[in-house]
Design a protein around this ligand. Structure first.
Ligand code: FAD
Ligand code: SF4
Length: 511
């Protein structure tokens, strides 16, 4: 072979220009390595999902006539490290002159591949992944004079650039953002459409991973693996979403329910983050569905969805590349606590946490509001160390890759970046959770009590958080009202709440 082209596990983009022509002199290399299974303790479904999708991708390339080398985790020649395997391979190919690499999305992987490439006498060429709408450095390109970036300004620019939901240079419906119309609780007796789950037999893969001694968390049914592992299945899931879930997506986007683990969410993040499906394809399919069915889908529903993909997802990536590597060390509140043991079992009497964690262990999935306002909210209220919180999120979700996990966790959810991403900390007492879910109705604790034996822990922990951080938050206009409410309380009332929070913090593993 004259060329080797490396395909990473999250670069499964079948539409990439690499695959347009068959070149018998180019070898595509795909590898399963311990370096990637062990940098965090991943959910078993995450490891299986990546490997299964990589194997299917390699098989599809081979079928299309490409030359492919696939290294399984248990191959005797596997050195369990991407660069070591590449070095070994290059030493075996005397005619080799070129290495082709696609830009990794993670800083960690980018750093090790850059370092390896610098020491090669071969020609190394970097290629775009041809997946995202914006370049990595888009923020400094678009907003050169700014230090702080607003998702809303970024999103509007992407709308103008792509023309999505635009008419004569103006947003369709007269507004850029219909978020305010998208905040409903699930009504009683509301029937939610069934969600599409696949049923792959992945027993052989699970056995191999277990035999290799990879440490994982979470559950798996090896005969019914539910996630898409091919491009065709990713498109099937998109089709299911467009036809069945999109009509209610925005309306119940923030709702949570004990009986429904994914409600009207698309569950496309794994397919998107592995690049089996492209953001353009997803957004265009949703827009087409809205155009064809204006009677069942209104602009608020479709705009809410489009914003997640071309707004939030692209913005998060831009923030990551703008602020790395410093971002991964930020800890504005200097938080140091561990996460309670129940983050790994779901065994707590707090129904909101029990439900969100148990479903995460069962499906490797929780939707945005569960991640942000249940597990993330609680972690911040108890002062958990952002490193520990990051590790948990990076491990437990099937879609967790650092470029998207880190800004969402450390920034949006833990406010460890002092407001680079979020304009205020996403913390709440029990009343928000009660407003958006049926959790409190099924809980050991009483959401209406702030103090006393059965008082909802979120209530006192919330006020304790405000108390502890009032000086750090005093310059934040969005916190003024709540700080004012705290300061208006009598010293005795404040003391009672702080004492209750202390009691809970001292027995956190027994809540
Ligand atoms: P839907 O609700 O159906 O939304 C559609 C798509 O929009 C998603 O598939 C996703 O690609 C995109 N999207 C929506 N919100 C965001 C966001 N905030 N950032 C980036 N993309 C977004 N998402 C990940 O992909 N990987 C992660 O590791 C991850 N970690 C998170 C950690 C925390 C603490 C929080 C609060 C959010 C995190 N998110 C992460 C964002 C979001 O929760 C998930 O993208 C979403 O829940 C995936 O489910 P879905 O496909 O059903 O999404
Ligand atoms: Fe969660 Fe409190 Fe509601 Fe229980 S009462 S579900 S702990 S918010």
């Amino acid at each position: 072979f004259e060329r080797i082209a490396l395909v990473l596990g999250d670069q499964l983009n079948a539409s990439h220009s690499w695959y347009r022509e068959v070149d018998p002199q180019r070898l595509f290399v795909i590898m399963e390595v311990r370096q990637e299974t062990d940098y965090a303790t991943h959910h078993i479904q995450k490891v299986v999902g990546f490997f299964a999708a990589m194997r299917k991708f390699a098989a599809a390339l081979t079928k299309a006539g490409h030359e492919v080398l696939y290294l399984t985790l248990d191959a005797s020649v596997n050195q369990q490290n991407v660069c070591n395997n590449l070095t070994h391979l290059t030493s075996l190919a005397p005619k080799l002159t070129h290495i082709d690499l696609q830009q990794p999305d993670e800083y960690r992987v980018d750093a090790y591949l850059q370092a390896w490439a610098e020491h090669q006498s071969l020609t190394v060429t970097w290629h775009d992944t041809e997946h995202f709408l914006c370049e990595r450095n888009v923020l400094s390109e678009w907003f050169p004079a700014k230090h702080n970036f607003l998702m809303e300004s970024f999103y509007r620019r992407v709308r103008k650039l792509t023309g999505y939901l635009m008419e004569n240079g103006k947003p369709i419906g007269g507004k850029w953002n219909f978020d305010k119309e998208n905040r409903n609780k699930l009504p009683a007796k509301h029937e939610v459409s069934n969600t599409l789950c696949f049923a792959h037999d992945v027993s052989a893969l699970v056995d191999m991973i277990k035999k290799s001694g990879v440490k994982t968390i979470g559950e798996i049914n090896p005969r019914q693996f539910i996630w898409p592992i091919t491009r065709a299945e990713s498109r099937q899931l998109l089709e299911h979403f467009a036809q069945n879930l999109l009509p209610e997506f925005g309306r119940y986007q923030d709702a949570m329910h004990t009986d429904h683990w994914s409600l009207y969410h698309a569950r496309l993040s794994f397919a998107l983050n592995t690049k089996m499906i492209s953001p353009r394809e997803v957004v265009e399919r949703a827009i087409r569905q809205w155009q064809q069915h204006p009677d069942t889908i209104n602009i608020a529903q479709v705009e809410g969805f489009v914003r997640q993909i071309i707004g939030w997802r692209e913005f998060i990536r831009a923030i990551y590349w703008h602020h790395m590597p410093g971002y991964q060390k930020l800890n504005f509140f200097d938080n140091k606590q561990p996460l309670p043991d129940f983050y790994w079992t779901g065994d707590t009497r707090m129904q909101c946490l029990a439900s969100s964690i148990k479903q995460s262990l069962k499906y490797a999935y929780a939707h945005h509001i569960q991640r942000l306002m249940i597990t993330g909210n609680f972690a911040l209220l108890i002062g958990a160390a952002p490193d520990v919180v990051d590790d948990w999120y990076l491990g437990i979700y099937i879609d967790a890759i650092e470029w998207v996990e880190l800004p969402n966790t450390r920034g949006m959810s833990q406010f460890a970046d002092a407001g680079i991403l979020a304009t205020k900390p996403y913390v709440s007492s029990g009343s928000y959770i009660n407003k958006m879910s049926n959790y409190c109705a099924n809980c050991h604790y009483d959401v209406n009590q702030r103090t006393g034996d059965n008082a909802c822990p979120f209530n006192s922990l919330y006020w304790n958080f405000i108390h502890q951080h009032q000086h750090q938050l005093s310059n934040n206009p969005r916190m003024a009202l709540i700080l004012n409410q705290w300061q208006k309380r009598t010293a005795e009332q404040q003391q009672e709440l702080v004492q209750q929070a202390k009691l809970y913090l001292g027995s956190i593993n027994n809540l």
